[in-house]
Design a protein around this ligand. Structure first.
Ligand code: ADP
Length: 484
């Protein structure tokens, strides 16, 4: 295996403090425990979105390569599923520990390949990925306690397709429960952020997993479709856009594949007049600007009670002016690069629509680097329910602000969306929190906080945000058959 120590200064001067990272110039497919060249000989580039420099060439898996990966997973299934839960747990614990050991390197690679601030990779994504493996390692030998008096069996080969916003964390969300329950896996990372999943494949090799238990294939939509349509795949787990989720739902509709979909969102973040306003402002900032707003559960629709609207907006604007936008590798950066050129185009399209709809736009006066993909933190005030920027998922650092007077009005407005993934509520009154959590149609509701994740807590949506849950006991159900 030709591992080259890339000169980290190729990427960014702020990497001076990044330590030693090992990246190859070219990545192959991880099939049956071996690094395998794609049959077509095709590769695609993965770039650093903060400076547009090429980081590596990555293999593009065709239908034939996917077929080889599925066969390897199918062959490995009997051995893996008949290991005791305790043995499977040992592999997962080992993987979790290795992720912790390599946390620094993984954080740097995540930030280089995806553009998110290093502080977020380092403090959130990578520790949570390790936590997810630890948590599920603990379940591997306790499934009979998770589902008492029920006879469970793994499903077989799980095909898993993940997005670019939390690359390693989404790989962990998918792999950990599947493996703990005794399934084998073919996983495809997103085409703009394949590197941490490929690094994870190296770690899986180092942890000496039996060959074929985890296969990692890279490529774009066609590679994903080959996994979805493969007859030997027993389960599909997908996180991504509602549009592709619908294609996958149609493709699996007349098969016996089990399916879970985690799709888009347009979360309401609701601020009552009795909330601790300064804390709420921090929550609004975190809700929409965390990971440049590339978050399916982002608090992208802000509802402020009319009596505190002016105070909240004034504080919000002041806070936005203080956000540091720029080099993702700088540990003081709050907002990094937009993940890709095409995502930046989508966001810019919505900025134009917001202005054309007559909404008032406010952006930070910061400057952004000339190379790379950037969007300044933005808010639109005076939005209406009918505004496109209120209805559509933008997946960028763009907040739409509306006001409300009564609790009934805000519930009605908050639920008036095709999505139902998450919501936030800020108030001093527990009774209001309980009232809202009963009536808001969202899978996850945060109270006086936002964007808090934990492996013990199930995550997933209603309506066009998808179905099935990931995390907690609920997440295990998606990877098991119940024979009773
Ligand atoms: P986004 O709009 O956030 O880029 P997508 O839904 O397009 O999200 O992508 C999420 C994942 O789905 C990526 O890994 C992508 O390659 C994959 N994908 C895209 N199109 C298809 C498809 N038709 N079938 C299966 N997977 C797909």
């Amino acid at each position: 295996m030709a591992v080259k120590n890339k000169n980290v200064f190729d990427f960014s001067p702020a990497l001076e403090s990044a330590g030693h990272i090992q990246l190859k110039d070219q990545y192959e497919l991880f099939i049956n425990g071996k690094w395998t060249k794609p049959k077509s000989g095709k590769y695609f580039k993965t770039i650093n979105p903060s400076n547009e420099k090429v980081i590596a060439q990555v293999a593009e898996a065709s239908k034939t390569d996917v077929d080889a990966a599925v066969s390897a997973a199918e062959k490995a299934f009997n051995g893996w599923s008949s290991l005791s839960g305790k043995e499977r747990g040992k592999y997962l614990f080992r993987l979790a520990r290795l992720i912790q050991e390599k946390a620094r390197e993984l954080s740097v690679i995540e930030t280089l390949d995806g553009g998110k601030p290093i502080r977020e990779s380092r403090d959130i994504d990578i520790p949570l990925a390790a936590a997810h493996f630890f948590y599920h390692a603990g379940w591997a030998d306790k499934l009979e306690y998770a589902f008492p008096n029920r006879k469970t069996e793994p499903l077989g080969v799980a095909g898993q397709i993940i997005p670019w916003n939390f690359p390693l964390l989404m790989a962990a969300w998918k792999l950990a429960p599947a493996l703990a329950c005794g399934n084998t896996v073919v996983l495809k990372p997103a085409e703009t952020t394949p590197l941490t999943a490929l690094k994870l494949a190296e770690i899986i090799e180092e942890a000496e997993f039996p060959p074929g238990v985890v296969n990692i294939v890279t490529g774009a939509g066609a590679t994903g479709a080959a996994i979805v349509n493969h007859p030997k795949v027993n389960k599909i787990a997908f996180t991504g856009s509602t549009e592709v989720g619908k294609i996958i739902q149609r493709a699996t509709a007349n098969t016996d594949k089990k399916l879970t979909l985690e799709l888009g969102g347009k979360a309401a973040n609701i601020i009552f007049e009795d909330a601790a306003i300064n804390q709420a402002v921090e929550g609004i900032i975190n809700g929409i600007y965390f990971n440049q707003g590339h978050v399916c559960c982002a608090g992208s629709r802000l509802f402020v009670q009319e009596s505190v609207h002016d105070e909240v907006i004034q504080k919000l604007k002041a806070r936005i002016e203080n956000l540091v936008v720029g080099d993702p590798m700088d540990k003081n950066t709050d907002i990094g690069a937009i993940n890709s050129k095409s995502q930046l185009e989508t966001i810019n399209k919505y900025l134009k629509i917001g202005k054309e709809e007559g909404l008032e736009m406010f952006q930070s006066s910061c400057s952004v680097p000339s190379k790379g993909f950037w969007c300044k933190p933005t808010i639109f005030t005076g939005a209406a329910q009918s505004s496109r920027i209120v209805q559509d998922e933008i997946f960028g650092p763009v907040l739409a602000v509306q006001t409300f007077r009564t609790i009934g009005e805000v519930i009605q407005k908050a639920n008036n969306t095709p999505y139902g993934l998450s919501a936030g509520v800020w108030t001093d009154k527990g009774s209001k929190i309980f009232n809202l959590t009963q009536q808001l149609r969202a899978g996850v509701i945060w109270a006086n906080t936002f964007n808090k994740f934990d492996p013990t807590s199930p995550f997933g949506g209603y309506k066009e945000s998808g179905f099935g849950r990931e995390g907690g006991v609920h997440g295990l159900e998606s990877y098991l058959k119940f024979n009773d």
